[in-house]
Design a protein around this ligand. Structure first.
Ligand code: FAD
Length: 431
């Protein structure tokens, strides 16, 4: 094979983090030919959350080049030409199949080799699939997952072919919720199935979830909580025709969408780097156990500075963006510690929620307002310290405010706070 091509900086993975890192490198003033991005995907980095939102709904729906990074945070749209103009080698449709940290060499699926001085690993996650779990019938056609643009294109076409028909959504997390909303908005009726007691179980309290579940039912979504998926049935052509649940129920449908979680893509380096919580352990400067290799986004397990450096791995876009920019700062000499305030959001139908902060077991959630349409919730510790904040249908100013509250963690008089009756009163309670 050919001699290895030398780069000063290489990013493995061409997702959200790669796009934000590329912009940061250019802002720092890199020279042409110093940076390469290697991506399995065929397109330049884009805002992945769009795939379950604008890509599936809207008239016209969102399509590339409309949602390349960094438009999701109101930034410049980095078109494929942008990379060329800045002398960044965007190596698309190529996977890195091997990394040798001792010689700082990457082997690509194309047979080429690439050398780096500093490496940023941003390989993201893959959807957990029922085939991996060995479920009977899981390889039938018509069972969809949603992680990349190819998945989204296939799902979009399937939805268009299903207008007026039934679909099944497996999973009650944000992917399941967003896809169910997109189906209904495309005149496809659907049943959501998940084993948990309520939607978004990892974040929502039963009370918050109730508002969303009632709202979903009003939109015509059927919700089956408790049973989980056991197997799939299909026809002689190998196409799915239904889902069998653990309680024996059979749902008939030839369109099934699965959102049951993600697994970080760490295989390349899991024998070379120190691992924690299924991710690459990084320090406050986002360096892995090899100081020339940074890990950012879904694959990185990092100390949460705000919470006594408790380790966390976060599969959310805000973290991918911020870690990417932070790693580039460090490469250019900053010693600042990464200081992430956990932030999650979703948009479904005409609704939009945001969450900031933490939901420790010893905190109680107080909910204000009835979601008509606004809702405000706070997680408060026994001593009155507010640690987490949530809004539905809030104004941008209110969203800024709840971010600040979660960052500052004020100690409040719980009895006085509890006296607030509406979302506005609750929000106005805080200065
Ligand atoms: P990714 O964006 O996944 O990028 C990883 C890239 O690496 C991909 O291009 C992949 O092909 C490539 N790659 C992997 N292995 C290799 C290899 N060996 N060689 C070359 N390339 C490789 N988060 C939120 O906070 N809010 C949301 O509303 C939200 N919505 C989402 C909706 C969907 C449908 C999905 C799938 C995710 C959503 N997320 C959301 C999560 C968010 O998109 C991710 O946390 C974020 O994309 C992580 O960025 P990343 O750069 O770490 O990984």
């Amino acid at each position: 094979s050919m001699a290895a091509k030398d780069y000063r900086y290489v990013i493995v993975g061409g997702g959200v983090a790669a796009g934000y890192a590329a912009r940061a490198f250019v802002e720092k003033g890199i020279s042409k030919g110093e940076l390469a991005i290697i991506s399995e995907e065929a397109v330049a980095p884009y805002e992945r959350p769009a795939l379950s939102k604008g890509f599936l709904i809207g008239n016209p729906p969102a399509r590339l080049p409309g949602f390349h990074t960094c438009v999701g945070s109101g930034g410049e749209r980095l078109s494929p030409q942008w990379y060329t103009e800045h002398g960044i080698d965007l190596l698309l449709s190529k996977s890195v199949i091997q990394v040798d940290p001792s010689t700082k060499t990457l082997k690509l699926s194309s047979g080429d080799s690439v050398r780096y001085d500093k490496l940023i690993v941003a390989t993201g996650s893959s959807a957990v699939q029922f085939t991996d779990l060995g479920f009977s019938g899981a390889d039938h056609r018509g069972i969809h997952y949603l992680r990349n643009i190819q998945d989204a294109e296939k799902l979009y076409d399937a939805i268009q072919a299903h207008k007026g028909k039934e679909a099944v959504v497996i999973g009650g997390g944000y992917i399941g919720m967003e896809v169910a909303a997109a189906l209904v908005q495309n005149q496809v009726s659907c049943t959501m199935v998940f084993p948990e007691a309520h939607m978004m179980e990892r974040l929502f309290t039963p009370e918050i979830a109730q508002f969303y579940e009632d709202f979903y039912r009003k939109q015509g979504v059927k919700i089956l909580k408790g049973p989980s998926c056991k197997s799939f049935i299909g026809n002689e052509n190998g196409h799915v025709t239904g889902v069998v649940l653990t309680d024996g129920t059979q749902l008939t449908s030839d369109l099934v969408i699965v959102g049951i979680g993600a697994k970080p893509n760490t295989k390349l380096l899991e024998n070379s780097l120190k691992m924690e919580q299924r991710g690459f352990l990084v320090n406050a400067q986002l360096q892995t156990s090899d100081s020339n290799i940074f890990a950012v986004g879904d694959v990185a397990t990092f100390p949460l500075k705000m919470y006594d450096n408790r380790l966390a791995r976060v599969e959310h876009v805000g973290n991918a963006r911020q870690m990417a920019m932070h790693a580039v700062d460090v490469i250019f000499g900053s010693q600042k510690a990464y200081d992430y305030l956990p932030f999650f959001y979703s948009r479904v139908f005409d609704k939009s929620w945001k969450f900031y902060g933490d939901t420790p077991k010893d905190a109680t959630c107080l909910v204000f307002g009835e979601m008509n349409p606004k809702l405000f919730a706070v997680w408060v510790r026994g001593n009155g310290q507010v640690v987490g904040t949530f809004t539905e249908s809030a104004t941008p100013e209110e969203e800024k405010k709840i971010e600040r509250i979660a960052r500052e963690r004020p100690v409040v008089d719980i009895a006085k706070l509890k006296a607030c009756r509406t979302a506005e009163e609750g929000l106005n309670f805080f200065s």
